[in-house]
Design a protein around this ligand. Structure first.
Ligand code: NAD
Ligand code: GLY
Length: 366
């Protein structure tokens, strides 16, 4: 795949009056067309963090000044450990302190942490103001900026406080990925890989064949990975916006992954690293329950390791894992429910005996 095949594309999320477009391509930040047709208002507020703001905030501000009389900015501390009430309150404090009205448009410039917090602030400020996602990590471009899940963490559980609240547009400028640290690129690949086993075996083949190009940040490869991921997510979210059933498949690997993140302390492992390792554990559980052949586990472990992600789980102890996983949003009546693969491209939710989960943890322990 060569870079000259990287042309802009649009994926649409069909949700009746909450429908919107995801723009994907290079040079979107500086293209005036990107910013046409957004909700009108006197004030726009850019929310970013101390890492991303120096890189891209002024470029965004210049574009927005063509559409909004005032463009404010709030720069948050960086890190998953700051995805909490006090940090999100900085957004709300600014909005109230500057007398921003209910038409004010929020722009989330950054990765999933900034996106999730900005979306939640937009959902609750004056019972809802419009917001636009400008994702700058691979993870945010392929997953977190799309679909309207917004949240902050609680010490007892990840993403436990939040709202379903859709953005007005998602603008995924692939050029912003140039400055992304390699570890963060790998974390984003975890969410890309996820879409293969749950929905699209051909995409899984494609990822395996193009992993080198993705790791080398080939723009055409990244463009296809972002587009195909967003198409699959749009297909899922279009049928089940509020996760009454189908949408849960997007959480493949996340039950174990969230437990690792919470158990180690937020920020120790990246979210995508937890998901990568969590997919190995969930694949193993799928095999042990007889849903998939052993070769599937070997294939997933090989791909996830080749992407630069951890495949061995931290030794938190099975009892602690089980305790953490019972707080997962998918749990029902205290029963942990895992997203498991039931055939390539097909996922479902199931419980599993604690003893089997403990076997999986032991077999894949660091
Ligand atoms: P992140 O937001 O912490 O960003 C990762 C790091 O990269 C940060 O240090 C950030 O400052 C930096 N960064 C961002 N863009 C950069 C750029 N272009 N150049 C250089 N550095 C850059 O993490 P993430 O992986 O983007 O997102 C993870 C979060 O997303 C987690 O909190 C997770 O729970 C959430 N999430 C939400 C959903 C959803 O549907 N809402 C889905 C998946 C994940
Ligand atoms: N990342 C899972 C979801 O959006 O449902």
């Amino acid at each position: 795949m060569s870079s000259d095949r990287c042309s802009p594309s649009t994926v649409s999320i069909a949700l009746a009056e909450r429908s919107y477009d995801i723009l994907i391509g290079p040079q979107l930040l500086d293209d005036p067309a990107t910013w046409q047709g957004l909700p009108r208002a006197a004030v726009a507020l850019i929310v970013s963090n101390e890492t991303v703001a120096p890189l891209y905030l002024e470029r965004l501000r210049i574009r927005l000044l063509a559409h909004y009389g005032r463009v404010d900015a709030v720069v948050l501390p960086d890190g998953e450990q700051h995805k909490d009430w006090p940090t999100m309150n900085q957004i709300v404090d600014h909005l109230l302190g500057s007398a921003s009205d209910r038409k004010t448009v929020l722009f989330a410039l950054g990765g999933g942490v900034v996106g999730d917090m900005t979306g939640f602030a937009a959902a609750i400020y004056m019972r809802g103001v419009p917001f636009v996602q400008v994702p700058t990590t691979l993870l945010a471009q392929v997953d977190s900026s799309v679909g309207g899940k917004t949240a902050i963490n609680h010490p007892l559980g990840k993403n436990m406080l939040g709202a379903f609240y859709q953005p007005a547009r998602v603008i995924a400028d692939l050029d912003t990925l140039d400055s992304l640290p390699s570890r963060e690129l790998a974390a984003g690949l975890a969410e890309v890989i996820k879409y293969g086993p749950i929905a699209d075996p051909d995409f899984l083949d494609w990822i395996e064949a193009n992993l080198g190009a993705l790791l080398a940040r080939d723009k055409a490869a990244l463009a296809y990975a972002v587009k195909r991921s967003c198409e699959i997510k749009a297909w899922v979210v279009g049928q089940d916006e509020r996760e009454q059933g189908l949408r849960a498949i997007l959480n493949f690997g996340h039950t174990f992954g969230h437990a690792i993140e919470t158990g180690l302390g937020y920020g120790e492992w990246l979210h995508g690293e937890g998901v990568g390792c969590g997919m190995v554990l969930a694949s193993d559980l799928s095999v042990r329950l007889g849903l998939m052949p052993p070769e599937f586990l070997a294939r997933m472990r090989r791909l996830i390791a080749a992407a630069g992600l951890p495949v061995r789980a931290p030794r938190l102890g099975a009892a602690r894992y089980l305790e953490l996983m019972r707080v997962d949003k998918k749990s029902e009546g205290g029963e942990i429910r895992f997203v498991l693969i039931e055939g390539l491209g097909k996922a479902g939710m199931r419980g599993a005996p604690d003893s089997l989960v403990a076997e999986v943890l032991e077999a894949n322990a660091a």
